[in-house]
Design a protein around this ligand. Structure first.
Ligand code: GLV
Ligand code: MN
Ligand code: MN
Length: 424
């Protein structure tokens, strides 16, 4: 083995070990004692920024936080073509240590592992402030702000304290007056996101890495069943309007519809019944629906069928059904050239990969319509994610860093080719 190859292998191993340790450090920064929880614009996010900043600065980056709470670390000239490598720093409730954070730290790890290398492009590492939508129920607030897609409806969404996104942004600007404008640099030439797969496919195929060609679209709705409360002992079964029994029937019907639709998934993840007495017939049930499919047309039809079922069940049971469709995210296909680059980089690093479509939501969905985008997945043991047992093997992280270094080389050739074309 040549000394250059040995040095690179050493740098990759060291970067992977450091990244794992950093994920562990960030997993201790939480806004809820006893579990990992970090939400949009929370003080825990401020602490994450304070923790990552010196790591970025030591790697030669200029660090800023924008007014939407996104963390930016820029290496290289501000006016050079820029490769943005990012993911998110927020979490679901009771989260694992890798969803999101890993992708942000991958950008930093790549810079550190290639310290001796000089690229003809700039690298921006981006830590988005909200992808999960935990605080306001609507996802991608950080990336949507960056691409100027925070519309009135999103700004009016409220958290459990009835505080709107708009007022949370105003409060954040007062608490963090040093924050910069929220803007995707016009020099951004590509967006690359590394993420754990969060599912079982790569493990099943015995592969460390997957090349993501696109992501499934998603719809979210609030579905309410309104019946009538009553005494649990005095109302015969045939004279009740039990909202919870209606919701239960609908949930099972939803599962059956999704099972019957290839590649579809549908989840009723939240349900709350009122008044909630042991001996009171439930009068009001609030549910959420999350439905996904790689084809937007099939997803739309599935959601229509699920909501028609809700109405039919409501009519049969004398319940009023109210539906609010509050989130639609179209499926995305990633940039063919960048996907090819990622695949070539993996081959050069000596890793067999597979192409796949992701089922989770990622900031890359929001970035893809604005800038050529690609994603790479890392194997997730047991497919476990959105759970404290979420994990990733250090050797798979090393495989991703190794591949990422070749990606940077491939990207350099692409950028140089484009510059050459411009001057020819
Ligand atoms: C986020 O991880 C989502 O897919 O909902
Ligand atoms: Mn997640
Ligand atoms: Mn994520």
């Amino acid at each position: 083995m040549s000394s250059v190859v040995t040095a690179r292998a050493g740098a990759v191993q060291a970067a992977a070990a450091r990244l794992m340790e950093r994920c562990g450090t960030l997993a201790t920064i939480t806004e809820k004692p006893g579990e990992l929880l970090r939400t949009f614009l929370s003080p825990a996010m401020d602490e994450v920024h304070r923790t990552i900043r010196p790591w970025m600065e030591a790697a030669g980056m200029t660090v800023t936080v924008d007014r939407a709470g996104n963390l930016h670390g820029l290496w290289g000239a501000g006016d050079a073509p820029r490769l943005v490598i990012g993911s998110h720093l927020d979490t679901v409730p009771n989260a694992g240590a890798y969803d999101g954070v890993l992708g942000v730290l991958m950008g930093l790890a790549l810079l550190e592992a290639s310290a001796e290398q000089r690229y003809g492009f700039a690298i921006e590492v981006l830590g988005f402030s909200d992808e999960e939508g935990t605080r306001f129920g609507v996802p991608f607030l950080g990336s949507r702000a960056l691409v100027d897609e925070l519309n009135e409806a999103l700004l009016a969404s409220v958290d459990e304290n009835n505080l709107s996104v708009a007022s949370a942004l105003r409060d954040f600007a007062i608490r963090r007056p040093e924050t910069a404008d929220v803007r995707l640099s016009r020099h951004c030439a590509a967006y690359l996101e590394f993420h754990i797969e969060q599912g079982p496919i790569l493990e099943n195929r015995n592969l460390a890495l997957g090349i993501v060609e696109g992501l499934a679209g998603q719809s979210r709705c609030r579905v309410e069943f309104q019946g009538a409360a009553g005494h649990a002992g005095t109302n015969p079964m045939n004279l009740r309007r039990d909202a919870l029994a209606g919701a239960a029937e609908w949930i099972v019907a939803t599962e059956a519809l999704a099972r019957g639709c290839e590649n579809a998934v549908a989840t009723v993840g939240r349900i709350a019944a009122e008044p909630g007495g042991v001996n009171v017939i439930p009068a009001l049930v609030r549910c959420t629906l999350d439905a996904r499919h790689p084809s937007d047309a099939i997803r739309s039809q599935l959601v229509r069928d699920i909501l028609n079922d809700a109405q039919a069940i409501g009519t049969r049971r004398g319940l009023q059904v109210n539906v609010e469709r509050y989130h639609e995210q179209a499926a995305v296909g990633f940039d063919a050239k960048l996907v090819g680059l990622a695949e070539r980089a993996a081959v050069r690093a000596g890793h067999t990969t597979m192409r796949m479509t992701g089922g989770a939501g990622h900031d890359a969905m929001v970035m893809a319509p604005h800038v050529p985008t690609a994603m790479m997945f890392m194997r997730t043991p047991g497919g476990i994610s959105h759970h404290p047992d979420e994990s990733v093997a250090e050797e798979d992280v090393a495989a991703a860093i190794h591949t990422g270094l070749y990606f940077l080389e491939e990207f350099e050739s692409m950028v140089r080719g484009k510059e050459g074309e411009k001057h020819a």
